[in-house]
Design a protein around this ligand. Structure first.
Ligand code: NAD
Length: 246
């Protein structure tokens, strides 16, 4: 049997990139998965995976949507064990003085408030239906290293890292584990949308000399979500090919 046999997971941003890799990997390890995205791609993902996966369209920055996507786990699969708060947007590239206030608000709403809302509404459901829980938040190495022209993105990810530790401390005694992943440059829609020279600089700064794959993020998410990580909480682990060693 799989490493997530009997577990029910909600994964946001599961229509592409890392979230898609997590959805496939978790189902392959025996989990039932609610694949969440804002685009519609979540339905194709669920159709491709089969009956162990259901697609739900939701915007993680809206509490009604977050409550609905988490309820879907209970409605379809009867419980909630795992939440991967993975949905995120980069926003435009601009220096702080040129950064538009509306862009700041949207990036913060999706990347930081979305993680808060996910945890706020998932924790009571986890405690009620599973008696414990595992939350995996996708932060970024941008929370550790300054990236030019990403003020809102970097600040949002710094917030995700701190909120991960904060919530881990609050709920450790109730066996809700909260951990964060700090991806480096990973080959997804997000990096494919970057200017070529911007992406090249990030890959050049990666000591292993290459971009990472979504599966390399899903591998850590799987471990942190599983009972193999039963004594691990509040950690922030870089998966970045050595980038942040510089
Ligand atoms: P991606 O664009 O392929 O995937 C992100 C997914 O989130 C998309 O399918 C998108 O539609 C969805 N999404 C966006 N806003 C949403 C919302 N409001 N509600 C629900 N879903 C929404 O990019 P990715 O690289 O796989 O990104 C996954 C996570 O990894 C993000 O949090 C991102 O910030 C983080 N990250 C990425 C990199 C990288 O190099 N790609 C590095 C560090 C961190």
């Amino acid at each position: 049997s799989g490493r997530l046999q009997g577990k029910v997971a909600v994964i946001t941003g599961a229509g592409s990139g890392m979230g898609l890799a997590m959805a496939k990997r978790f189902c392959a390890e025996g989990a039932k998965v609610v694949a969440v995205d804002i685009t519609g791609a979540q339905d194709d993902v669920a159709a491709a995976i089969g009956t162990s996966c259901v697609g739900i369209k939701a915007d993680v920055s809206r509490s009604v949507d977050v409550i609905m996507m988490l309820s879907a786990a209970i409605d379809h699969f009867g419980r909630l064990d795992i939440l991967c708060n993975n949905a995120g947007i980069q926003g435009p590239l601009a220096l702080t003085a040129d950064y538009e206030e509306d862009d700041w608000d949207r990036v913060m709403a999706v990347n930081l408030k979305g993680v808060f809302l996910g945890m706020k509404h998932a924790i009571p459901l986890m405690l009620k239906t599973a008696g414990k829980g595992a939350i995996v938040n996708t932060s970024s190495m941008a929370a550790l290293v300054a990236f030019p022209q990403l003020p809102a993105y970097s600040a949002s990810k710094g917030g995700v890292s701190v909120l991960t530790r904060q919530t881990a401390a609050e709920y450790a005694s109730q066996n809700i584990r909260v951990n964060g992943i700090l991806p480096g440059a990973i080959d997804t829609g997000m990096t494919r949308g970057m200017p070529a020279d911007y992406l090249k600089a990030a890959i050049d700064a990666t000591l292993m000399g290459r971009i990472g794959t979504p599966d390399e993020i899903a591998n850590l998410a799987l471990f942190l979500a599983s009972d193999e990580a039963s004594f691990i909480t509040g950690t922030l682990t870089a998966v970045d090919g050595g980038y942040t060693l510089l």
